[in-house]
Ligand binder design. Structure first.
Ligand SMILES: NC(=O)c1ccc[n+]([C@@H]2O[C@H](COP(=O)([O-])OP(=O)(O)OC[C@H]3O[C@@H](n4cnc5c(N)ncnc54)[C@H](OP(=O)(O)O)[C@@H]3O)[C@@H](O)[C@H]2O)c1
Length: 251
């Protein structure tokens, strides 16, 4: 059956596959025929994700656990990877902190995970020639680093801005190798990342009101945008930013 979004015969690495958006992306990609390589630190949670994947005789899913902040762990991970048609660079951390409380340690922590890790991981994938020609890289950035500014979200938002700027450089430098790079920018999505207990129920109700569609997003709604960017339906799309936020950034 004709389906330009099919991921059949594609092998896709998903970081942050143990939870939230990464888990949903792996599940949805498997339904479209992809073989998944799942990574994260929590092996039990990765195993749970694996059990939720669709399986056919052509799909051979695997788990390679790694703490991506450790360069040696990244090298081991990349060394064990098969050739990839897709890389969903999704793992990241949140941080809510008013600027008076910044420290170099906090800035390092957030920038390391949200920006430097993606840059170093892509470098390794390119150096070790793990990305096919053609292939597609999708970064999970955020509207906080794109077109939505909220109090106490400056370190996080700035790290995601840096990531989406890097995405454009990567798209330019890798286009000749047939590697496309794009970013998705979700608004608030119902995952463990946003249950940081910093907001009261009342705060959340007020925040939801800021969304023209009057709700937060589901992880699968980001997954479907990522699938577009991984699939051949977006074969001529590179260096672009895709906002998925129920209209939040219209306000
Ligand atoms: N939820 C939202 O509202 C929202 C909005 C915009 C953007 N985002 C972005 O979406 C991405 C996924 O977030 P999520 O909401 O799905 O959050 P989540 O449920 O907390 O998932 C975060 C993932 O990152 C992985 N991770 C964190 N530190 C890691 C490390 N040192 N090494 C390896 N993996 C690590 C975690 O795996 P382990 O714990 O197994 O290591 C987990 O799978 C993040 O980049 C986030 O910034 C989220």
């Amino acid at each position: 059956m004709y389906n330009p979004y099919s991921l059949k015969d594609k092998t896709i690495l998903v970081t942050g596959a143990s939870s939230g958006i990464g888990r949903a992306t792996a599940i949805e990609c498997s339904k479209l025929g992809a073989t998944l390589v799942l990574t994260g630190r929590n092996e039990i949670a990765l195993q749970e994700t694996k059990e939720l994947l669709s399986n056919s005789s052509t799909q051979d899913h695997s788990i390679l656990a790694a703490d991506l902040r450790i360069e040696e762990a990244c090298e081991n991970l990349v060394g064990q990877l098969p050739m990839l048609d897709g890389f969903v660079c999704n793992a990241g951390i949140g941080k809510m902190l008013p600027l008076q409380f910044y420290s170099l340690d906090v800035l390092n922590e957030v920038f390391q995970m949200n920006c430097f890790v993606p840059m170093l991981l892509l470098r390794l994938l390119v150096k070790k020639r793990k990305l096919r020609n053609p292939s597609s890289v999708v970064f999970t950035a955020s509207i906080s680093g794109y077109n939505n500014v909220a109090p106490a979200n400056g370190v996080y938002g700035t790290s995601k801005s840096a990531l989406s700027t890097y995405m454009k450089y990567a798209a330019l430098e890798l286009a000749g190798k047939g590697i496309r790079c794009n970013a998705v920018h979700p608004g608030r999505i119902k995952t463990p990342l946003i249950s940081n207990h910093l907001l009261t129920e009342e705060d959340v109700a007020k925040d939801v009101e800021q969304y023209p569609m009057k709700r937060y997003g589901e992880p699968s709604e980001v997954a479907h945008a990522i699938i577009y960017l991984l699939s051949d339906a977006s074969a001529w799309v590179t260096g672009s930013n895709l906002v998925i936020d129920g209209g939040r950034s219209l306000k």
